[in-house]
Design a protein around this ligand. Structure first.
Ligand code: PRX
Length: 654
């Protein structure tokens, strides 16, 4: 873990207060927020206990709020029993059975509206399928699906019977899928023939077959949704069509009343080592933060139409598509395709058509769409939108201002939400009817979220604009419970410092004069490419697994649209490839990484040299590589390098 560097400190003086119109209708007013902070301050456990009673329907109530006897393995509401799917669906049936739960649109324009009653029936039917296939509580099921309602149905069906799902993003390759299946020892894959994105078919079943052909002995069943319609192969005895399996299944299924701490799902995410970690979330605690943030931060009210553009393969698609908004009884929009099909107006056309009121997306999408100009959004009536949100990476003030003026028409608050797969839900974010926002800042911690910025000794940094470690100093209900199968890695990764008392987020941050938080970047070797987390070591491991490669180092380079792009420095066997050979090798290695991990991990730039710049003790000089990747002038002394000549090769000078 490197020490913290403070590069440039941006001082932002523009302050945007929520309009009186917004505040008047907002769920949380300044005095409500104040009361929540006060309660959390005075009685931390009581604060969470009250919220858990208020927002979760319990089958049997809890008597313990927080059990910290095995810290940092914290447990919440441990002796209570409940069911997440019941809380997302059944509890709305009395008053909202005909309310639309999901508005779905495919890339080619096919739409479906699914009511809460229909969702209940579909989830129950599919839960019965899972049971019929022998799935038991605690079994792991991998979901590898396009962004269609059945992905949510599958997740909810797992939750209904207490099975643990692990959703694998459809853009990941067979190799990544196989690693995740094996790590979780999953017994079933739920997939589709394919999905559609950018006019092309994403061959999900073919990739599944590839993954399973290379040894996934734990898998007994594969259920395949027919979506894209191309020919695929089905293996007798193992594979069945979704439509066949649900035939004749009952549309009711008594929920499995699980313990609050029973795992709800695993979600694999990249860290600073080669192997992605299975982040494990618990049932009740996760649901609690998911519900309250949908209510407090997205201000969801009865007639809202909420569109979070994230795929269910990421945590955002779990908390703000598949679970939280449904638990809050809201209507969500799901879209299967790409944002630029048929053109860069697609998101805005859909906002108009479905009368979206709350819109949540990633800065990378905003930057990409901003590039196409104002004409696209200006063609559509965006007056239904009342609140905007961003997540995944710092948003640059220019993109924030475009979002604010061109999309929000200067009417809509913007919630820049900082959180992580591990936090389960928002941590630092404006509360839209209350917090004045600044372009680029995720502002302040929510009530009950003890976020702080500390120095090497764990002391809170009170000086303005001084960077430090972003930590959370108290446990919270939706925190990661462990790394699947590796308690030690959980402790080593998230509680390595400060006597194991503070959760270490892995980001550096600073506070400005108003105490607002500004995220500065990662402190580990994790890249953020288009809002997606990728470990440099993961990509390096993929590269060195290629027979032509001896050694590789991967670093990030600032990128206008993606935030960061991937640069790989590679040492090949034999002579350093140059000219045509180099071009061919670049293409082959990019493909290779695509196959090993997925297209999102393909390096944008690959450079070859006879060796990597290393200190005499053999350490790769990553900081120097970052300078070279960015095309910046090297100001540090390179004379201590083991092999000074390689620097010019990597710079492309020789
Ligand atoms: O570096 C932070 C960045 O994304 C990381 C978490 O990535 P992941 O677990 O994939 O979850 C992304 C969606 C929650 C963080 O450690 N990040 C996330 N949101 C923001 C952010 N950086 C700055 N501002 C944000 N709003």
């Amino acid at each position: 873990m490197s020490s913290i560097e403070i590069n440039s400190v941006l001082v932002e003086n523009r302050l945007f207060k929520p309009s009186a119109t917004f505040t008047a209708k907002a769920r949380l007013k300044a005095e409500d927020l104040e009361a929540l902070y006060k309660r959390a301050e005075e009685d931390y456990e009581g604060f969470w206990g009250d919220l858990a009673k208020q927002h979760i329907d319990w089958h049997s109530p809890f008597t313990t709020i927080l059990d910290d006897s095995l810290a940092p393995h914290y447990k919440w509401f441990t002796d209570g029993t409940m069911n997440v799917s019941y809380n997302c669906i059944d509890r709305h049936l009395e008053n909202k059975s005909e309310k639309t739960a999901i508005i779905f649109e495919g890339e080619t324009g096919d739409t479906r509206h699914i009511s809460y009653q229909q969702l209940h029936d579909d989830v129950c039917q599919f839960a019965n399928v899972l049971k019929a296939k022998g799935i038991n509580k605690g079994d792991r099921i991998v979901i590898y699906m396009p962004m269609v309602p059945e992905a949510v149905i599958a997740m909810q069906a797992c939750a209904r019977i207490g099975a643990i799902h692990s959703v694998v993003f459809g853009g990941f390759s067979a190799e990544s899928l196989r690693d995740r299946i094996n790590d979780a020892q999953a017994v079933m894959v739920i997939t589709a023939d394919g999905g559609t994105r950018g006019g092309k078919i994403v061959e999900l079943k073919k990739e599944t077959d590839k993954a399973l052909s290379k040894g996934c002995a734990s898998i007994k069943n594969v259920i395949v949704l027919k979506r894209s319609g191309q020919d695929i192969t089905m293996q007798d005895g193992r594979d069945s069509w979704w439509s066949d399996t649900i035939e004749g299944q009952d549309k009711t299924c008594e929920p499995e009343w699980v313990n609050a701490e029973d795992p709800l799902f695993l979600l694999y995410t990249s860290g600073s080592t080669g192997k992605p970690k299975g982040i494990q979330h618990a049932s009740a605690g996760y649901l609690l933060n998911a519900v309250i943030t949908n209510l407090w931060v997205f201000d969801l009210q009865d007639n809202d139409i909420f569109w979070c553009t994230a795929d269910v393969g990421w945590i955002t698609g779990h908390t703000y598509v598949a679970y939280g908004p449904l638990a809050a009884g809201s209507t969500i929009v799901m879209y299967e395709g790409a944002p630029v099909v048929p053109d860069a107006g697609r998101f805005w056309q859909m906002c108009e058509q479905h009368k979206v009121t709350v819109f949540y997306t990633a800065p990378t999408a905003i930057r990409a769409l901003m590039k196409f100009g104002d004409d696209y959004p200006n063609r559509y009536d965006l007056s239904s939108i009342r609140l905007l949100g961003t997540v995944g990476e710092p948003i640059n003030p220019e993109a924030w201002m475009w979002y604010h003026t061109v999309i929000g028409k200067e009417r809509c608050p913007i919630v820049d939400t900082w959180w992580q797969t591990e936090t389960g839900a928002h941590v630092l974010t404006p509360v839209p009817g209350v917090t004045a926002t600044k372009p680029g800042s995720c502002t302040l911690p929510l009530p009950g979220m003890a976020a702080d910025i500390v120095n090497e000794d764990g002391k809170s940094i009170t000086e303005a604009n001084t960077g430090g470690y972003l930590v959370i100093t108290k446990p919270w209900p939706s925190m990661v419970r462990t790394v699947w199968g590796d308690d030690e890695r959980y402790v080593d990764t998230y509680f390595p410092k400060f006597d194991g008392k503070y959760y270490l987020a892995g980001d550096s941050a600073r506070r400005d004069d108003d105490g607002y938080f500004w995220i500065m970047g990662r402190i580990d070797d994790v890249l953020n490419v288009s809002g997606h987390r990728l470990g440099t070591m993961e990509i390096e491991s993929a590269l060195v697994a290629n027979e032509a490669v001896i050694e590789a180092a991967v670093v990030g380079r600032p990128h206008d649209l993606k935030g960061e792009s991937i640069v790989a420095f590679v040492i090949c066997k034999g002579d350093r490839p140059v000219g045509d050979d180099a071009e061919k090798m670049v293409a082959s290695l990019r493909n290779w990484v695509g196959e090993q991990i997925g297209a999102i991990a393909k390096p944008d730039d690959i450079r070859f040299a006879d060796g990597l710049p290393k200190t005499r003790s053999g350490k790769i000089m990553r900081r120097l590589l970052r300078t070279i990747a960015a095309g910046e002038e090297i100001t540090s002394d390179t004379s201590t390098l083991e092999n000074e000549a390689v620097v010019e090769q990597l710079q492309g000078k020789v």
